[in-house]
Ligand binder design. Sequence first.
Ligand code: PGA
Length: 254
Amino acid sequence: MRRTLIAANWKMNHTVAETNVFFGNFTVSLHTDIELLFCVPFTDLYQTKHILKDTGIKWGAQNVFPAPKGAYTGEISPYMLKEAGCTYVICGHSERRQILKESDEFVAKKVKAVYDNGMIPILCVGETEAERNAGKTKERLQEEIQAIFLQFEEPPMKEIVIAYEPIWAIGTGEASSPEKAEEVALYIRELISTEWGKETSQKIRILYGGSIQSNNISSFITQKNIDGCLIGGAGLKPNELHKIYQKASIKEEE
Ligand code: PGA
């Protein structure tokens, strides 16, 4: 069975002082089959590590540069993230693809670099509103995922997570319908099955992201092919995230 993953992406929010306040107000009773993850700004990583190290809650980064070291001013290497205790690294969030013009190939190199350094990449994929309206959702996802296939000579033996985040649903309050997200998640699994085989496709966890809150999470994670959620805005509110995690736990107990 695939473990559920509830991942908060803090984006460019929370100073170290604010991180301390957040965790001072956040309580959770961890469920063994449901992972909880915080992807925090680079500057918060060591403080987050300090706070979470013995709790079972995981922490990770929101980006990485796909090279071991060298003349890449302003960038952070996979090994630096590993040293900071990151378990997961988000790769190719749509904000980076759109604002910083990251290409599918560059994102795919990040996924491979994270994987090769013993961490779990969370590859973000998703269509724009215009692509959705033009009926090009599957085409766009295929391009993004195909770029990953080109980086791997063999099917990955270790974990990779894929987050389906329709760009029009991010931060808008307008989530996808759970049925549509499930249809897309199934399509992603089929693409993986064709390239890497059924066994690998059944192991890969697929998340949904885009306007998830405590009042809609249940309808997403009860879908067969959705293994958790990537959460932006709601993950900055301790009480709301607590409720989201609790609702995810109820699914497991049913
Ligand atoms: P949101 O963001 O939950 O605020 O819509 C999701 C994301 O960007 O990962």
